[in-house]
Write a protein that binds this ligand. Sequence first.
Ligand code: RUQ
Ligand code: CUA
Ligand code: CA
Length: 650
Amino acid sequence: MNTPNNKIAIPRDLGRRNFLNKTAIAGLAGAGLSAGLVGCNKTAGPAATGSPAVATSEPAKSGAVDYSAYEVHPGQLDTYYSFSSGGHSGEVRIYGLPSGRLFKRIPVFNIDCLVGWGITNESKKIMGTNADGSLKYFTGDTHHVHPSYTDGTYNGKHLFVNDKIHGRIARVRLDTMECDKITELPNVQGFHGIFPDKRDPVDEKINYTTRVFCGNEFHIPQPNDGRDLNDPSKYFCLFTCIDAETLEPRWQVKVDGNMDLVATSYDGKLACSNQYNMENGAHYEDMMSIERDSCIFFNIARIEAAVKAGKTFFIGKSKVPVVDGTKSANADPKTALTCYVPTPKNPHGVNASPDGKYYACSGKLSPTATLIEHALVLKWFDGELKEPRDTVVAEPEIGLGPLHTGFDNKGNAYTTLFLDSQIVKWNLEAAIKSFKGDKAAKPVVDRIDVQYQPGHGFTSMGETKNADGKFFLSDNKFSKDRFLPVGPLHPETAQLIDISGDKMKLVADHSVYSEPHDSIIIPRELIRTRQVYDINEFPNAVKDAKECRVERKGKKVTIYLTSQAPTFGLREWTVKKGDEVTIILTNLDKVEDLTHGFAIPNYNINFIVNPQETKSVTFKADKPGVYWCYCTNFCHALHLEMRSRMLVEA
Ligand code: RUQ
Ligand code: CUA
Ligand code: CA
């Protein structure tokens, strides 16, 4: 290990975890907030203070952990899929676990020239275009991925994902692992949390996902058309319900505060969102002035009844009905659409426990997690509880900077601690007992350091009633010295932790490209993919090589083309300068894995067609000359010869 190369290539800065800890706290102190955190440092025990002596960047000591038990050997398959957001890359990713191997990147809100997402006519239609055919948006920020449910567990049908930048929701089909719909939410900026419902609140027979709920983080003047620019008292946020099938918005709720994460109940009755900025401030320091923000609960059946009864209003040009869910308009629990449960300062993340009984809302600026009981929230809505705060059944001190919580099948919660750079395991029953005053009850049962600064963390199947208590994955925001250096942009670490025993065991460091926010871990049995398309699903398919031809209507030229290894259906075609050319390409190969590509030099055209798939592109032939249209995807021993000439006459 003492080669000069190693010394230069792997800088070790053991103090950085501590450094980050201190700067983060100093930053908060600047905003007048240090009191709570310092208090926590004193009270939460030595492990919670981020002891500088812990040399977390040292390689894990072997002996305790048999790493080979988590290896996936050549030719073996992983036991889990992990679907992960790609943050500001705008995509969704599929990994295998426990190996951490990256299988696929699914372009959603971004342009991807490997598959031609944002280049082909079909993908542009899904992404949305301006009048001139150009893409309306080609950037996105995916945070949260959640699949559709049946009977409290994943049904393998769809995956829903948000775009925080432009306020859009997208759906990915889990059979083809491709995006099939994108919708822009009206009057929403900073669409952060997203969660499908698990059953209908009223109709017993509907035990599957029919709605998707969307949190809204940035409050804006409504409508945001230039009025009230500098009057934050006029700003507000909207909670949106989307139809899971059509992906169209059904209704919205006007609320106080800024929402980020969303969770839903197992009985379909409630959705909730953690809220910060109940101050309604427009500036950083204003957003932290009050001691308590809230976790807001939405009574879905009541909201839908109010929408049906027409107790709605509309904002700007949007035709989506909006109901008033603000605090002042919902003072009477018996008719309230919303319930604001006070939680400590600027909470982040809310997760429903697999038994359907609780919601854990992390403190972020408070060293606590707030445990809210589902049945008590329903009681409040029935008018049987005095205060919304009476729904809180525990608030254990767990450490600094708690963000997200996963659950196992034994009544334990696992929360990421951003500032402490740890995962803390705490027991729900013990937390409840301790809250009731039982001094002997110790909520925190284990802690483990992660490298470094975890954001999201989640357990295998932990957001279903079938939580299996096997793995926790910690998506960390910094990797520092864990991997070979690759220049200023570091990879992130996704660390796999075995949670099946009493002690958490760190079993693998996986490098991930920036910046995964949230993922889910699903056993492979729950996913059924299609490996070859059905040619009949494409109305514009060119079903036989003999149908290849050139059709001209004025200046519009359509090229009907097929691919079959190692040739395209036409050797060449001729168009004139100024023509609008559409190329429709069907891959006639039926063999699984036999994908062809199609690129045109100087025309920015590049896409693939999978077996039996059809795609098209449209462009202006504005550059005369000879252009070799070639297959980009290695398909055959004669792959390099697989090309046709496009002749553009001057
Ligand atoms: S939220 S850590 Cu979308 Cu926590 Cu990313
Ligand atoms: Cu077809 Cu390479
Ligand atoms: Ca980072």
